[in-house]
Design a protein around this ligand. Structure first.
Ligand SMILES: NC(=O)c1ccc[n+]([C@@H]2O[C@H](COP(=O)([O-])OP(=O)(O)OC[C@H]3O[C@@H](n4cnc5c(N)ncnc54)[C@H](OP(=O)(O)O)[C@@H]3O)[C@@H](O)[C@H]2O)c1
Length: 384
């Protein structure tokens, strides 16, 4: 089982970031955990229904937009945790655009998901068997669960859900990778100053909604780019952005120019493509473009052309920087507490789209990211 761990400070549980997920039984079954197969056991209150584990595996590599046959539903025995591991009953599964890239067989910041492997995904769940006192049975944890009902995870890669900071779903959204991405992408790489004009694309989505609100909290003028009038209204009226541009109907370059009359100081880019081109055409001097993602290209079947007007960077003495949230793991704890405080103060709204279902619904729910059928963090809720 290949896993990528990024440690948080030692007095706080470590957050596991995405690595390979394996639903198979590891070696080293501890005695106290044998009750999994022979429940009930008062020491390990594991539901007797817990005999099989349904997972979603990669059947073949998608071409373009993934179709249902690219995935295979598998049923196997519930895996048994070994020393230093816990067994988690998964309740919430995070849907992330990056998962599309992991389905391709090409080098990236993580290895591709292998054929027949469980689909890599962040998740939250309840500990149902544990050999680590930091994660007792009944506690809620966040980790790299994958798209499956039960996951054996290294305890060193888990973050315990602290109800004092937020709900379980928030640990996938504003207090999880989503919030961390918005926080570090904006503050570390966008370096906004009060009064700056900040443009955010996919502004009604998980990362964009948080990034734009953080810019507002920071005293910036914030303009969102989103698809459709309802999302644009939500961005202004619901999230407090100063203006919104509908990339589906507006003449983008002119609409962004109208919404940003003094030019863009920071562009937080989640989509790439035409929106990036239009933003490049509207930069102020010394602008910072933060490349968070490029969802408009994730299902492209042909190589996509680069920004046609990148020379705007030279003219405006601007910079364009990519970043990866994982590189900031050492500071996640601090960021999580700040984000939780803003939520508690009522300054920060954490929108979520929770879709109830089973792991078999993974494919249809995943596609919502690409049709825009989500507001805020998209989560598959398999808790029922
Ligand atoms: N750098 C990092 O470390 C890091 C970490 C996490 C996420 N990310 C990136 O952050 C971005 C946002 O991720 P998220 O989880 O917050 O997803 P999200 O914004 O909640 O969902 C994706 C949204 O993208 C928009 N979209 C889909 N296809 C589009 C297209 N062709 N053109 C323009 N917009 C399109 C849709 O909104 P509309 O209805 O408005 O079209 C959709 O709701 C992604 O690019 C992701 O890869 C980067």
């Amino acid at each position: 089982m290949t896993q990528l761990h990024v440690a948080e400070p030692a007095d706080y549980p470590v957050l596991l970031l995405f690595g390979h997920v394996d639903g198979n039984t590891p070696a080293g079954v501890s005695h106290s955990l044998e009750s999994i197969k022979g429940c009930p056991n008062p020491d390990q209150p594991i539901p007797c229904a817990m005999t099989s584990n349904t997972s979603v595996r990669l059947a073949r590599r998608p071409v373009g937009l993934p179709v249902a046959d690219d995935f295979r539903i598998d049923t196997s025995e519930v895996p048994t945790p070994g020393p230093g591991q816990v067994l988690v009953r998964v309740t919430l599964i995070s849907l992330d655009p990056a998962m599309r890239g992991w389905l391709d067989d090409r080098p990236s910041y993580l290895p591709p998901i292998g054929l027949d492997e469980v689909i890599r995904a962040g998740g939250v769940g309840e500990v149902v068997a544990s050999s680590d006192p930091r994660f007792p049975v009944g506690s809620m944890v966040q980790g790299n669960t994958g798209v499956q009902e039960y996951a054996v995870l290294d305890a060193s890669g888990l973050t315990r859900v602290d109800p004092a900071l937020g709900t379980a779903s928030m640990y996938l959204g504003v207090l999880g990778m989503t919030g961390m991405t918005a926080y570090f992408g904006l503050f570390e790489h966008g370096r906004p100053r009060a009064g700056d004009t900040v443009l955010v694309s996919a502004a009604a989505g998980a990362v964009g909604s948080i990034a734009g609100q953080l810019a507002r909290i920071n005293g910036c003028r914030v303009v969102g780019v989103a698809g459709g009038p309802d999302k644009c209204t939500y961005v202004t009226d619901g999230l407090g952005f100063d203006a919104a541009v509908d990339y589906k109907v507006d003449s983008l370059r002119a609409a962004i120019s109208n919404a940003c009359p003094n030019g863009i100081d920071v562009y937080f880019d989640n989509v790439g493509g035409a929106v990036l081109n239009a933003a490049l055409a509207n930069l102020s001097m010394h602008a910072r473009i933060v490349i968070c993602g490029a969802i408009s290209q994730y299902n492209a079947e042909q190589a996509t052309p680069g920004p046609s007007n990148y020379m705007a960077l030279l003219v405006r003495r601007a910079t364009m920087t990519g970043f990866l949230v994982f590189d900031h793991a050492a500071e996640f704890r601090t960021a999580r507490r700040r984000l939780a405080q803003w939520v508690a103060d009522g300054q920060l709204t954490a929108p979520e789209t929770l879709v109830p279902g089973s792991v078999a619904d993974f494919h249809s729910v995943f596609l919502r990211l690409f049709t825009g059928d989500n507001v805020g963090k998209l989560i598959l809720d398999i808790s029922a």
